[in-house]
Ligand binder design. Structure first.
Ligand code: ATP
Length: 233
């Protein structure tokens, strides 16, 4: 297998009874790349993410993720991070204490790692406020921080900017681009093109489990992000 590839899918299908949730899907995801998956409800994004994270098997085709053949086996390879649409935390603890709790349970990181991870996603490690008082944007960042505790080489994001204000969306895009620049492969699922067009290198348009079109956005996204962050004075 190719060391530059975080994931490679060939002819992947998933059938539930007589119904195909995903059909004949090809996907190449390299480290440092952000690939988007756009489709309406029922397009198959949950099914695809479950297969790529080792939670369910494929009915047809071949799936390789982080050098692990997941076609027929359900097992999560090390190095996978997942940010849910609505990440869950202990509401009465600070961001730092939430991560510390996770670190203890999973035995993954030191206190310095935690402070560094919080800074990396743009949260203040000294902030003592309980997470229940956090804005949606801060919760999303903390969700990413949680996933980063696993030191992922491949990160899955499900509807990441759902409900964020425009500023939050721009900042979130910046964060994703920084992770990609650090070599992380990112897979983002959404039902909105506007959510993905400025953060993805490539976008797959999917409907009823089939890729209708694949769009290469690499040429314009860096420029657009920079302009929208600095803005006119
Ligand atoms: P949503 O945005 O609503 O979560 P999705 O794009 O994630 O949609 P999936 O959840 O992957 O779509 O579902 C794709 C299709 O497969 C749907 O028609 C769904 O009804 C069907 N499906 C998904 N999981 C199962 C299951 N466990 N058993 C039967 N059918 C399923």
């Amino acid at each position: 297998s190719d060391p530059a590839k975080a994931a490679q899918l060939r002819g992947v299908g998933k059938r539930y009874g007589s119904r195909w949730a995903v059909q004949d899907l090809d996907l190449d995801l390299n480290f440092g790349q952000v690939v988007g998956f756009i489709g309406p409800n029922g397009a198959g994004k949950t099914t695809l993410i479950r297969m790529m994270t080792g939670l369910s098997t494929a009915s047809t085709g071949k799936i390789e993720v982080l050098d692990t053949d997941l076609t027929r086996q359900t097992r999560s390879p090390d190095g996978i991070g997942m940010v849910a649409e609505h990440p869950r935390f202990v509401p009465y603890l600070s961001a730092r204490k939430n991560l510390r709790l996770l670190a203890r349970i999973r035995n993954v990181a030191s206190d310095e790692d935690i402070a560094e991870t919080l800074r990396r996603v743009g949260l203040d490690p000294q902030d003592r406020r309980a997470v229940r008082g956090y804005s949606l944007g801060m919760r999303q960042r903390l969700g990413v921080a949680q996933a980063l505790m696993e030191r992922p080489r491949l990160l899955f994001l499900d509807e990441p900017t759902n409900g964020l204000d425009p500023r939050g969306i721009v900042e979130f895009r910046e964060l994703i681009r920084q992770l990609a620049a650090a070599g992380v492969a990112v897979f983002v699922a959404s039902h909105l093109l506007t959510e993905l067009e400025q953060v993805c290198d490539r976008v797959l348009f999917v409907r009823r489990g089939r890729v209708l079109e694949e769009l290469d956005l690499h040429c314009f996204q860096e420029e657009t992000v920079r302009v929208s962050v600095t803005g006119p004075d």
